[in-house]
Write a protein that binds this ligand. Structure first.
Ligand code: DX5
Ligand code: ZN
Length: 227
């Protein structure tokens, strides 16, 4: 089932509940939260306290926490405790053994664990890890991580082909998520690659009409995929 995950990166962080209420009224049950540390990526956003505050206002909402941080093994527990339902870390940040440990920590708490991959990182590096660690999802970055509003890099979509092939050959069942530059014009390309979790930031926030923008995406998905 294809779903859109609104990213609140470009929202007013002091007034996010208002936006979340709009999303929920449109049957959105999960949002995407971009954690940036000013180190792995140049910008900084928020930490676990902000996430647990969102959870305390919206216990029914699933939270997809995207950790764009170095040394995630040092901090992941805080994001688990904050109430995340999905957590992704970047493969560029961690050794295989650490990835395995973080995956186990998440599974123990019934949290879905994912690996994110930057546009310039070779997919073979990820496939090697997927042979050893069984993750719940893979997050393909379709822009350079660190800020919203960038142009979609369509060549990153070939990673989905490798991943779908890998899933078939190895009888694995992880979801594929994509993040960055998705809009109404390119969403069909994404769905055609069997990508089910689609993060959308600026195309929802661009003109302030988040309700009609989400509706337009939902309608488009229904038209393309029939769900
Ligand atoms: C970028 C973030 C994205 C961002 C997506 O580093 O990971 O989640 O919010 O925003 P758009 O859709 O504007 O590229
Ligand atoms: Zn993100």
């Amino acid at each position: 089932m294809i779903k859109i995950l609104p990213s609140i990166l470009t929202s007013d962080f002091t007034d996010v509940n208002k936006d979340i209420d709009v999303f929920k009224s449109l049957n959105i049950d999960e949002i995407h939260l971009d954690v940036m540390d000013g180190n792995f990526v140049p910008s900084m956003t928020f930490g676990p306290k902000y996430i647990s505050d969102i959870k305390s206002h919206h216990s029914d909402l699933k939270l997809d926490t995207h950790l764009m941080i170095n040394n995630p093994i040092k901090h992941i527990k805080d994001y688990i405790d904050a109430g995340s339902n999905y957590i992704s870390i970047h493969i560029e940040t961690s050794k295989e053994k650490e990835i395995k440990t973080m995956c186990d920590m998440c599974k123990e708490k019934n949290i879905k664990f994912g690996l994110a991959i930057n546009p310039e990182t070779n997919i073979k590096k990820l496939l090697k890890i997927l042979n050893k660690v069984s993750v719940d999802f893979v997050l393909i970055m379709s822009v350079h991580p660190g800020k919203g509003g960038q142009k979609f890099m369509s060549d990153t979509l070939s990673k989905a082909d490798f991943l779908n092939e890998f899933k078939k050959e190895n009888n694995q069942n992880f979801d594929i998520e994509i993040d960055g530059g998705i809009n109404l014009d390119n969403i069909k390309e994404v769905i055609d690659k069997k990508i089910e979790r689609i993060v959308i930031g600026s195309a929802i926030y661009k003109d302030g009409y988040i309700d009609s923008n989400v509706t337009a995406f939902n309608d488009r998905i229904r038209l393309i995929a029939g769900n």
